[in-house]
Design a protein around this ligand. Structure first.
Ligand code: CA
Length: 225
């Protein structure tokens, strides 16, 4: 299920969009100001972010700038009518699209589908994912530490790939479980810990590396040292 974050201070608009998106089968989270929106965007992986520009505290352009430092998640800006400067600044700042308020919900949905599709196509031929000495080639399904090939099972590979795609972000166990194992395993987060141990045994211990870090009570993060 694709996850969408709405950062919009007009709560009625945010709730309205949320209901429509849920109806379309998206999983939705909301934030009503820039700072908490940014915190959510940094704490969890989303497939797409709807970002209002005029926000209290931290404005949308600044939120976008900070998101882009760590993530290429598709971002659609919600702009006020005729705010040409905002649109230009937003697109220059790495937004994928914008929509002018007030908008028809069907148009927003179409733009969301287009942005998700474009992003999927862009990531369908991914480059190598790298952290420190570790290099993952998602196309050839190969993993190397330095020049040394490492054999991974499908599940280990998928888990490692997801960690690397969200490098430098803390990933809660529940999110890893849902993404890699699906809903059938709901609640059994210890399976995540087991597979993290497998990965450490293959990737860290033989090479004296520390790549995957435990965030106590939350989950895991893979990061550059
Ligand atoms: Ca606003």
């Amino acid at each position: 299920m694709e996850r969408i974050l709405i950062i919009e201070d007009e709560e009625k608009i945010a709730r309205f969009i949320e209901l429509e998106l849920q109806f379309e089968g998206y999983q939705v989270e909301k934030a009503f100001d820039g700072r908490s929106g940014l915190a959510l965007a940094q704490a969890r992986p989303f497939d797409l972010i709807l970002l209002d520009i005029m926000l209290p505290g931290l404005n949308g352009i600044e939120v976008l700038r900070r998101i882009r430092q760590v993530s290429n998640v598709p971002v659609i800006l919600l702009t006020a009518r005729d705010a040409v400067v905002d649109k230009v600044t937003g697109l220059d700042g790495g937004a994928d699209d914008y929509i002018t308020k007030p908008f028809a919900i069907e148009e927003l949905l179409a733009r969301i589908r287009a942005a998700l599709r474009k992003h999927r196509n862009a990531v369908s031929l991914p480059g190598n994912l790298v952290v420190g000495e570790l290099r993952l080639d998602p196309v050839r399904r190969e993993c190397r530490v330095g020049t040394q090939p490492v054999e991974l099972t499908k599940r280990e590979f998928d888990l490692l790939q997801f960690l690397l795609e969200n490098k430098n972000m803390v990933l809660p166990r529940e999110v890893l479980l849902e993404r890699i194992w699906g809903y059938d395993f709901a609640g059994e987060t210890n399976v995540v810990d087991v597979y993290i141990r497998y990965l450490r045994a293959k990737l860290e211990e033989p090479f004296g590396l520390k790549l995957i870090h435990t965030v106590r009570g939350v989950g895991y993060i893979i990061k550059d040292e």
